[in-house]
Design a protein around this ligand. Structure first.
Ligand SMILES: [Zn+2]
Length: 62
């Protein structure tokens, strides 16, 4: 589950199984800030990279 939080106060707005497939507008119940969510953009975000590099660092202690 992916958590969507308020950019202002970090309050949890809602949870979803993935990125929104259409534009969403949601108002924070805590601070009233209006949050706009857009569908995923083609810009690549690689979170898996970090894991890969961590394994690489283990070498070299010999
Ligand atoms: Zn808020």
């Amino acid at each position: 589950m992916k958590e969507f939080r308020c950019g202002h106060c970090r309050a949890l707005l809602f949870k979803a199984a993935g990125n929104p497939s259409c534009a969403i507008e949601i108002k924070c119940r805590r601070c009233g800030t209006l949050t706009h969510l857009r569908p995923p953009e083609p810009a690549p975000e690689r979170h898996e990279r970090a894991d890969h590099e961590a394994q690489h660092v283990v070498r070299g202690s010999l």
